[in-house]
Design a protein around this ligand. Structure first.
Ligand SMILES: [Zn+2]
Ligand SMILES: [Zn+2]
Length: 296
């Protein structure tokens, strides 16, 4: 009996095609289709082809699907002019082809969400996401740039897509959200003044409002930075228990005796969309809203 060799699956390093979930538009039927795309056999200088290990769902993707993303998305609308795209920007993967110095086949990597031009005024100010010709991962027409979303077996990083090597022992579950959620929080904390040494004046008490992934990243970073006390408030006791594992003083609104006093914290991070409560407890310190839909 003879056997026919099976062709490589889309997730094998030898695959000839990628499989992608293509978003057609929120009011289309079906909303998604699965498409097969031939992988490039040669890459342009700077391009890197990645086999996606894991992609996570960001609030940005959810807002695209719900139609609430400010600034729109290429796939929104209801007319025949809708343009499909591959959603997803968070993730990690393994390099399967590279035409970039310093990036090799087999490297485990994550990537930047924006591919900036590098020459316009916002780019000169290091505001890559405000680049006048930015190409955003997960928000780009498939007719414009192929394989530029992470809800796909493969991602084709553009020449200006930042690529960061990952430690080999960092699991995909831990690695996938760091290029968006963790990066956002690291940037937000970079706006704070230096944390004072014990006994010296300065910001050392913080409140994190919201104990989702962003909130947990935030409080963990604050503790690592030396904040003496980090309160965390959320309606979910399950989430609060997780926050406590990372060093937070967990507060639930139902437990009034636990609630902190007005004018009692130096820095407030509001990451869930309830601005009012956060402002009331802040003394004359800083108030930062991070990754919250401004419509909330
Ligand atoms: Zn994201
Ligand atoms: Zn630019």
């Amino acid at each position: 009996m003879s056997t026919t060799p099976s062709s490589p699956t889309p997730t094998s390093p030898e695959a000839s095609h990628a499989r992608s979930i293509v978003f057609l538009g929120r009011e289309r039927s079906p909303i998604f289709v699965t498409e097969s795309t031939r992988l490039p056999t040669t890459l342009a200088p700077g391009q890197v082809l990645v086999l996606v290990e894991l992609a996570t769902i960001c609030g940005w993707d959810v807002q695209t699907l719900s139609g609430t993303l400010l600034g729109g998305t290429p796939s929104r609308g209801t007319t025949a002019d809708d343009h499909p795209c591959v959603l997803g920007h968070e993730g990690c993967g393994v390099v399967v082809r590279s035409h970039r110095e310093g990036v090799s086949v087999g490297d485990r990597v994550t990537w930047g969400i924006c591919a900036p031009c590098g020459t316009c005024l916002p780019c000169s100010l290091h505001l890559n996401n405000k680049c006048t010709s930015v190409v955003k991962l997960g928000q780009t027409l498939v007719s414009s740039v192929a394989l530029f979303g992470t809800y796909s077996t493969h991602l084709l990083c553009l020449p200006n897509t930042p690529i960061v090597a990952l430690p080999p022992d960092l699991t995909p579950t831990l690695a996938a959200p760091i290029n968006c959620a963790l990066a956002t929080m690291v940037n937000a904390l970079s706006k704070l003044p230096p944390t004072p040494t014990p006994g010296q004046p300065g910001a050392s008490v913080a409140l994190v409002q919201g104990a989702g992934l962003m909130g947990v990243y935030c409080l963990a970073l604050l503790k690592e930075r030396g904040f003496r006390k980090v309160f965390c408030v959320d309606l979910s006791r399950t989430r609060l228990a997780r926050a406590a594992e990372f060093g937070a003083v967990a507060l639930h609104p139902d437990n009034e005796e636990e609630l902190i006093q007005t004018d009692s914290v130096d820095v407030v991070f509001e990451v869930c969309g309830n601005k009012q409560n956060a402002v009331e407890v802040a003394r004359s310190g800083q108030f930062l809203r991070v990754a919250v839909n401004p419509q909330l």
